[in-house]
Design a protein around this ligand. Structure first.
Ligand code: BEZ
Length: 211
């Protein structure tokens, strides 16, 4: 069965480009991203891992550890990593899991047989400090993911974990947010001293509380 939002994600140990890791220990008490790609030495995957490496400072700023996974072996990962660094002008220093026995791919339901019997699809999981699944997305092999969108979602997840707010469509860091329906307007006015704009009784905005 596929993982559902709010479920505790499974732990595992795996061989990676930075050595053997225990997933939970690697994440520590921070946030995590586990993302799969179909295969090494493929063009879209090369750009995805390169972009992730170039955004490392953004992930670090948000206390997010990143791990990539594919079913290719470790020696192949190591050779390909050099190509990624060379062609994408980056340094990939997050671990790439060598999941030859498909242990991680199976645990996280990353192989979708009607897409490919053997290769992982482009799955991405965002995991909270409580080890619960906060977001999952699945892209086909032909479409590279947008890692700025992944950062945007992390900003929303971290903000909404802290305050009684939700983020509207296309929200970006610094823009107004929505007061969640569970908070009465009377309480919202007390909770959000920057002000509450009432468009409808169920649609109330407030400036982002933590900026
Ligand atoms: C790619 O990463 O470029 C790719 C991988 C598998 C199928 C199609 C494209």
């Amino acid at each position: 069965m596929s993982l559902r939002l709010g479920n505790i994600v499974p732990n595992f140990t795996a061989s990676t480009t930075i050595g053997e890791i225990n997933f939970y220990e690697y994440l520590g008490d921070g946030w995590g991203i586990l993302f799969s790609h179909p295969a090494d030495y493929t063009p879209v995957c090369t750009t995805e891992l390169g972009r992730t490496a170039l955004l490392k400072h953004e992930f670090d700023k948000r206390n997010v550890k990143v791990l990539a996974v594919s079913v290719d072996p470790l020696d192949k990962h190591v050779g390909w990593q050099k190509d990624i660094n060379e062609t994408q002008h980056c340094t990939v220093d997050f671990p790439i899991i060598a999941d030859e026995d498909k242990k991680v791919a199976t645990l996280y339901d990353m192989i979708h047989p009607n897409a490919s019997e053997t290769f992982t699809v482009r799955s991405l999981f965002i995991i909270g400090p409580d080890k619960k699944l906060k977001l999952s997305l699945t892209y086909p092999a032909s479409t590279g993911r947008n890692f700025h969108e992944v950062l945007r979602v992390i900003d929303s997840l971290q903000l909404t974990a802290q305050y009684s707010v939700a983020t509207p469509a296309d929200w970006k860091q610094g823009e107004d947010v929505i007061v969640v329906p569970a908070v009465s307007t009377e309480d919202a006015i007390k909770k959000f001293p920057k002000g509450v704009k009432i468009v409808k009784p169920y649609l109330r905005f407030t400036p982002q509380p933590n900026v």
